[in-house]
Ligand binder design. Structure first.
Ligand SMILES: Nc1ncnc2c1ncn2[C@@H]1O[C@H](COP(=O)(O)OP(=O)(O)OP(=O)(O)O)[C@@H](O)[C@H]1O
Ligand SMILES: [Mg+2]
Length: 341
């Protein structure tokens, strides 16, 4: 029996690793910092995140994934290796890895994910689609002929899918997710206050006072940045009451895509979705009021999963756990992508 079965949710914003009987053992920002003179990795995860936008010329700190897929293959590989070495340091057994991929991922993108796990030392690699993993992690029995609808809003991508009999019946992926809400704040602050702020500042504002509906009571947050008129540092106060309308277009784009998926869903599954509601996962779902707005727009109940940011890794773990059982009851959820000789 293998002791090194691990499941990885490699996201645009965060990487989560799940190990059976241990739970989530790693939850780190997907950021890597490299010394460009020596090509050595200086930091990964939280330590590298602190360096984003603050590095001297010979160090570069980047997010090697963009819009849910690998944009810098070498750095993604180095980052995964660094994370896995923390977990597997005392083990000589190569791990079996269940990797999550967005639904609708291209062959090239999928190969990049598989290759990065292989280079990081995986023995066997399995692939599972993120909405399938998200639903499993949220506690749904998706093996039955019963429709389940999942909306996973991450940093770079929103995956909308209807599942039945262990697979994706219909899905849409759009490159509008949590990070687009952050970028909308950067643009708003620049236009309204002539103030340049970085993405980390904008994300802090989003988490503190951002919402797609008004808060019961106005919230305020200070933003510091560079004045584009004077070129000097400046600080302004942002109000939640002015912020929520700037997200309208993003909410519209997401809800339109959800409506498209519902329209294309076979009628037999509609009843199940109306009866059960829709489950939302991913950190981007946490923006205040998004579940309520979506529910109002489409007329179906929307629920936030309980382990909202860990669902995908947990669900991938559930799928991997079944592999050694007789007839592998979880085989309908995943596929074998690489077996080492
Ligand atoms: N409390 C919060 N309120 C609003 N947004 C949040 C909150 N916490 C996290 N987020 C946002 O969630 C997003 C990251 O979510 P998550 O970790 O699920 O993404 P990911 O899985 O790495 O990305 P993807 O699935 O797109 O590749 C970021 O945009 C982040 O700003
Ligand atoms: Mg994700």
């Amino acid at each position: 029996m293998f002791t090194n079965d691990i499941s990885i949710d490699l996201g645009t914003a965060t990487m989560q690793v799940y190990i059976k009987d241990k739970g989530i053992v790693l939850r780190e920002p997907t950021v890597i910092a490299v010394n460009t003179d020596t090509n050595e990795v200086c930091a990964v995860g939280k330590d590298a995140l602190k360096m984003l936008g603050k590095t001297p010329p010979n160090i570069t700190a980047v997010r090697p994934l963009h819009d849910g897929v690998i944009s810098n293959f070498t750095l993604t590989q180095e980052m995964i290796k660094a994370f896995l070495s923390r977990i597997l340091s005392k083990s000589i057994i190569r791990p079996r890895i269940m990797m999550c991929v967005p639904s609708g991922v291209t062959d090239v993108e999928q190969r990049a994910v598989i290759e990065s796990a292989r280079e990081a030392g995986a023995k066997d690699i399995y692939i599972i689609e993120e909405p399938v993993a998200a639903a499993l992690g949220a506690g749904y029995d998706i093996s039955q002929p019963h429709g389940t609808m999942v909306i996973d809003i991450g940093g770079g991508t929103t995956d909308i899918a209807v599942l039945s009999l262990g697979g994706v019946v219909i899905s849409r992926s759009l490159k509008i997710a949590g990070d687009e809400f952050t970028e909308a704040i950067v643009r708003y602050v620049r236009k309204e206050f002539n103030l340049h702020i970085g993405p980390k500042t904008a994300e802090r504002i989003k988490i503190k006072i951002g919402g797609v509906v008004p808060y019961p009571k106005e919230l305020l947050c200070e933003a510091k940045g560079l004045c584009s008129v004077t070129g000097l540092p400046k600080s302004v106060t942002i109000s939640s009451n002015r912020l929520y309308p700037i997200f309208d277009e993003l909410v519209f784009n997401i809800t339109e895509r959800i409506k498209e998926v519902l329209e294309e869903t076979p009628p037999e599954l509609h009843g199940d979705i109306i009866q059960d509601g829709i489950v939302m996962t991913g950190g981007g779902s946490l923006i205040y009021g998004l579940d309520r707005r979506i529910s109002e727009e489409i007329g179906v109940n929307v629920y936030l999963a309980s382990d909202i940011t860990d669902c995908v890794a947990l669900g991938a773990g559930i799928a991997l756990d079944g592999i050694d059982t007789v007839n592998d009851p979880t085989h309908i959820f995943h596929k074998k992508a690489y077996i080492r000789d």
